[in-house]
Design a protein around this ligand. Sequence first.
Ligand SMILES: [Zn+2]
Length: 239
Amino acid sequence: MNDAGWICGCCGPGRHRFGQPSRRGFMRAGLAAAGALGVAALPGRAFAQTALTPDAALQALMDGNKRYMQAKLESCSTDLSVLQQKTISKQEPFAAVLSCADSRVPVELIFDQSIGHLFVTRVAGNIATSEMIASLEYGAAVLGTSVILVLGHSGCGAVKAAMAGKPVPGQISELFAPLRPAVDEGKGNLEATIKDNAKIQAHVLATASPLLAGLIKDGKLKIAAGYYALGTGEVNLLS
Ligand SMILES: [Zn+2]
């Protein structure tokens, strides 16, 4: 229990700053408790999300990040066991994210989403490799995600290493070639290179895959680039 006497349902005590539990909060807690007993279903927010337009899906992500910034997480108030049961046989994520593998970028958390909401692909440097493209094609064409957000982040170690260009152990240097165009454009500025890379990888996704390009042309998919600031938790869209 934190100093306000309130426990976050998914993160445990003391991890998020919640105010005094509101009446709405108590109602949510009641719903969750009822759900755990198999008595009641969750509110409709968690499902039928694939009907969202690309713009609405992107807005839903940004709204979730705003809640995260304000420490007003709603995903914590949903009952995980009910979500698990409802997603055993199907998934309907409304958005896909191509993120860096960095441990400081917990994708579901920073967009305040839970089980079944996001289709997340992760690789150091958030680069659009053929495997990432294949996965995101599956997310969009089969599962119906209507937005793909390529998410770079401040202090990205993969971008730093590509900029340094020094010998690295193992196969780490495999990451460098896809990062090279951004490194060249960024001219030694780390933040600019990270942002350029997110935009470049978004462009690669939108142009290298005829399947994704077709969905964009039909108005069923949007691909955007964003930048996550480790220090503030804020996601800003890049244009
Ligand atoms: Zn990174």
